[in-house]
Design a protein around this ligand. Structure first.
Ligand SMILES: [Zn+2]
Length: 614
């Protein structure tokens, strides 16, 4: 597949993954680390290797090239990932039907349908029939600029405009029904799902329209908000409204502002706070928390001040954010206003000041507890502490922080500090259940073996000199034996003139092995091991690789010889002790010969493997 290789050579894996994950560069090694987007973690074990153009997670073992990453993170097929990357980089795709499959075709059609729908809704909002919706937006203080930015639209009440438009485009009935944007009557006729509603397109992280939220504008429009159902391109639980526009702001400010509704997002965004998102049409979920964490470390919750909003914040949102290891602040606006209304009434500046000084969630929780329990009695205060605050405090992973917060809160609520700390000790004892399962690391590869492998990966000359001698008994005990053997097979297959075209050419190492070919020969466990080895070590420079390989080999050989001599010596002593004079003599002779041989080869710069193994 030439095109795949061409695409990969033009796409930078660090840049692509960097769109989804905050990556930090490690020195000048061409390696980057970040939080793994595929498993929950608080410290980074996800590594991206720029020179080798691949990624690997030491926590959960995932890894691969840039295509694999895009497939996994966006839930795409191989073809779709190829298409997405080609589009993003302006690389024309070869028109080959063989690339496509049913699933990709369906999803491709759904993206098209959503784009057509978004354009149609936008046009309707501007047209005469959109007058009521425009008036509604004006009343809510949404500027023309925000209408444009958020691509707001209007779905006509007739229930026929989208259906008709899609019919012109000749989408198949299967595509139409899968889109969630049209419905089918018993008689087989179809009509629009959204009718007479203000339309909010929901985008995925890359900015494609994948769903809609529709807001009713009159009292009788029920429900007030109607959302797209789940479809092959829309998984509600992992989407955040406005993330496509917010992520850059989240990275530069280090925080996300989490609000409840579409209008809140627009209101806060209009106030110049671009790092604002909302979960759309679902309770806040774990995948959403993880998405936030990939772009920032602090989340400011600014929900509606009503009971439902506060309950959701306390019971669903705060615990999920804490579990994800995020810092949590709560902005409680006075006057019973939601964020959008607050910005309108008090202005962007005032809102911003409150936002910047939003307190940690503990005091907000404490205030809620105070309102709910009888704070005049000691039991009431203790209950408030145990039921509302304990669960949150316990989520703090840092012991000292936990103790500090607990005693601070005890003072705040008027509970005896000693009693509080006692409670914590007890809870901690209960929690002393098995530690979280260790990462699936597999057997550790000895340093010399690792260095040798890295050198061989980097240099063809090293492979040609070293690999033929690395066989049989010599590599029997290697932890990464499968990899060495695969390496030999690939190396043989591509040796000679063919090597130049087959190699995954890298400007620095020139003769680096073609990883894809190597991986194809390995079982998943060994693939993972290979990526682990290659990601963990400093990249070996092609120039010094041969030297490094020879040194490793020499040191391994020396180590082996030492072990062999020691074992032989032990045998001589045992034979003498047991009175086996003949046996002892012949062993001693063998030992002498071996020692002489060792002395001869010492100083040689690591020749071919020779001799016996203990
Ligand atoms: Zn992971």
């Amino acid at each position: 597949m030439e095109f795949v290789e061409q695409l990969k050579s033009q796409v930078d894996i660090v840049k692509t993954i960097g769109e989804y994950v905050r990556l930090k560069r490690l020195g000048s090694t061409g390696r980057y680390v970040g939080l793994c987007p595929f498993h929950q973690e608080k410290t980074p074990s996800f590594s991206v290797n720029q020179s080798r153009q691949w990624y690997h997670c030491f926590g959960c073992g995932v890894g691969g090239d840039v295509l694999k990453f895009v497939m996994e993170i966006d839930g795409l097929t191989f073809f779709e990932a190829l298409k997405l990357l080609a589009e993003r980089h302006g690389i024309p795709m070869p028109k080959r039907a063989g690339f496509s499959d049913e699933q990709s075709k369906l999803r491709g059609a759904l993206y098209d349908i959503h784009l057509i729908a978004a354009n149609l809704f936008q046009a309707s909002l501007r047209a005469p029939q959109g007058a009521e919706a425009r008036a509604y937006l004006a009343k809510r203080g949404v500027s023309a600029e925000m209408i444009e930015t958020f691509a707001l639209g209007y779905a006509e009440p007739s229930g026929q405009s989208l259906v008709r438009r899609l019919a012109q485009e000749r989408f198949s009935p299967v595509d139409l029904d899968a889109s969630g944007l049209v419905r089918k009557r018993d008689d087989g006729s179809r009509y629009d799902s959204f009718r007479g509603r203000l339309m909010f397109p929901i985008h995925d992280e890359s900015g494609k329209v994948i769903a809609f939220g529709g807001r009713g504008m009159r009292e009788e429009d029920q429900p007030k908000y109607l959302n797209s159902p789940e479809t092959p391109i829309y998984r509600k639980t992992s989407v955040l409204y406005n993330l496509n526009r917010a992520k850059n702001g989240m990275r530069s400010s280090g925080r996300a502002v989490l609000v409840e509704g579409y209008m809140d997002v627009i209101g806060v965004y209009a106030a110049g706070i671009k790092e604002v998102v909302a979960s759309c049409g679902t309770a806040f979920t774990e995948p959403q928390a993880r998405k936030l964490h990939l772009h920032c470390d602090t989340v400011v919750i600014n929900f509606d001040p009503d009971a439902a909003g506060a309950d959701a914040a306390e019971t669903k949102v705060i615990p999920r954010l804490l579990d994800e290891g995020l810092h949590v602040r709560v902005l409680a606006l006075n006057g019973g206003l939601d964020p959008d209304e607050y910005v309108k009434q008090n202005g962007a500046e005032v809102y911003r000041v409150h936002l910047d000084s939003a307190a940690g969630y503990f005091h907000w929780l404490a205030d809620r507890a105070r309102a709910r329990f009888d704070m005049r009695s000691a039991e009431g205060r203790m209950d408030a502490f145990k039921k509302v605050l304990m669960p949150a405090v316990e989520k703090l992973s840092d012991k000292l922080e936990r103790a500090a917060v607990a005693s601070d809160l005890a003072d705040y609520l008027g509970v005896d500090r000693g009693v509080v700390l006692d409670q914590f000790k007890r809870a901690a004892a209960d929690r002393r259940t098995p530690a979280p399962a260790a990462a699936p690391t597999g057997p550790a590869v000895p340093p010399l073996e690792r260095m040798l492998l890295n050198a061989l990966l980097a240099s063809r000359v090293a492979r040609e000199e070293i690999l033929p001698g690395l066989s049989g008994a010599w590599i029997e005990d290697f932890v990464a034996r499968d990899i060495f053997e695969a390496l030999r097979a690939v190396s043989n297959a591509t040796s000679g003139a063919a090597a130049d075209s087959a190699a995954d050419s890298d400007p620095n190492t020139g003769d680096a092995i073609a990883f894809r070919a190597l991986e194809e020969r390995l079982a998943p466990a060994s693939q993972s091991l290979l990526r682990q080895i290659a990601s963990a070590d400093e990249l070996t420079d092609g120039e010094v690789a041969l030297e490094q390989a020879r040194n490793c080999l020499h040191r391994m050989e020396t180590g082996q010889r030492k072990r062999y001599l020691a074992a032989l010596k032990a045998k001589v002593i045992a034979a003498q002790r047991n009175g086996q004079a003949d046996e002892a003599r012949s062993l001693a002779l063998e030992l002498m010969r071996a020692e002489n041989a060792a002395a001869e080869s010492t100083g040689a710069s690591g020749g071919r493997i020779s001799g016996n193994r203990a």
